[in-house]
Write a protein of this length. Structure first.
Length: 317
């Protein structure tokens, strides 16, 4: 267990698709599971409720506040072991416990959490003015203000286009670079204002800075690169019959998850011309059912769940 800090202030958090995730993990009382994105422990608590005294739950989070919350609220449950770090390094964590190939199920709950969004000091949101940070792990790495100050215009345009799917990416990137020459962009309000003035049109009901903030957050936290690494390592540490569950919140994440599961299900690519039939290829992984979306009832109770998609797969070899 990592060292605990007990003087934290925590926000409430509603775990998305909780019932669906627990049902599809098919939890065994004596099983070993990995919550790769602990957050505020909603999914973790539900998993622990299904485990017996010999079951184990490993948990990770790159946010030190999430780890501190686990220490504060879960320290009495010896079945839980929490690790501060990105799921891009989950294999190292599992290896330290001598559990490679012994994990019964893994859950990834992607994206930024409600406590991170709702805390203005974290700098994720344009709703309230704060220091422009956006780091999920605020104890290390480059914050958004530094990224904005250093990134080249061409690279910034690429980030806005690829990670934010912002159609005015070049225009907004140029505006940001011009604005920072006059004065450093160090707060969320400054950035949101520059983006809004440079954005000639946006989706009705959305803030004009929504896509740009998403893109910069993804770049600062290396979210997509970490996801690709985490999925590969997750499959490696699962036991045969173990399940891989991923909840994503935007099309970029879901596309990576969907394509990863498709590739794993198809197996190794066979060179053209070899006399091997598809039926002769051993499947190492299979998808279970179709993608699941939250119920209308859940969306009504928690609007942030509306874009969630749950995909499930099982390791066969």
């Amino acid at each position: 267990m990592v060292a605990c800090r007990m003087n934290e202030t925590f926000n409430t958090h509603q775990s998305v698709m909780l019932d669906e995730a627990i049902e599809n993990l098919a939890i065994q009382p004596d099983g070993v599971y990995l919550d790769a994105t602990f957050g505020r422990g909603g999914h973790a608590q539900a998993i622990l409720n299904q485990l017996g005294s010999t079951g184990r739950l490993l948990a990770m989070d790159k946010d030190p506040d999430a780890v501190a919350y686990a220490c504060s609220h879960f320290s009495s449950d010896k079945r839980l072991l929490i690790q501060h770090g990105s799921f891009a390094d989950l294999e190292k964590f599992v290896a330290k416990q001598n559990l490679i190939g012994k994990i019964d199920g893994i859950l990834f709950d992607l994206g930024v959490s409600s406590p991170q969004l709702d805390d203005p000091e974290r700098g994720f949101s344009f709703m309230r003015d704060a220091k422009l940070d956006m780091r999920m792990d605020h104890s290390q790495g480059m914050d958004a203000a530094t990224f904005i100050a250093k990134v080249e215009e061409k690279e910034l345009a690429r980030v806005l286009w690829e990670y934010g799917e912002e159609r005015f990416s070049r225009r907004i990137a140029k505006a940001i670079v011009m604005a920072r020459q006059t004065s450093p962009i160090t707060t969320t309000a400054q950035l949101a204002d520059v983006v809004a003035k440079a954005n000639p049109a946006w989706q009705k009901g959305k803030n004009p800075a929504t896509r740009s903030f998403q893109a910069i957050r993804i770049a600062v936290n290396k979210e997509l690169e970490d996801l690709e690494r985490g999925l590969i390592q997750g499959l490696d540490v699962l036991k045969v019959g173990g399940r891989l569950l991923v909840i994503s919140f935007h099309s970029l994440e879901d596309r990576i998850v969907k394509h990863f599961m498709q590739r794993q299900e198809q197996g190794d690519e066979i060179p053209a011309g070899l006399p091997i039939k598809h039926i002769d290829i051993e499947m190492k992984f299979k998808r279970l059912g179709r993608a699941i979306k939250p119920s209308e009832k859940e969306i009504a109770m928690n609007p942030r769940a509306r874009s969630a998609i749950l995909r499930i797969g099982e390791k066969l070899l």
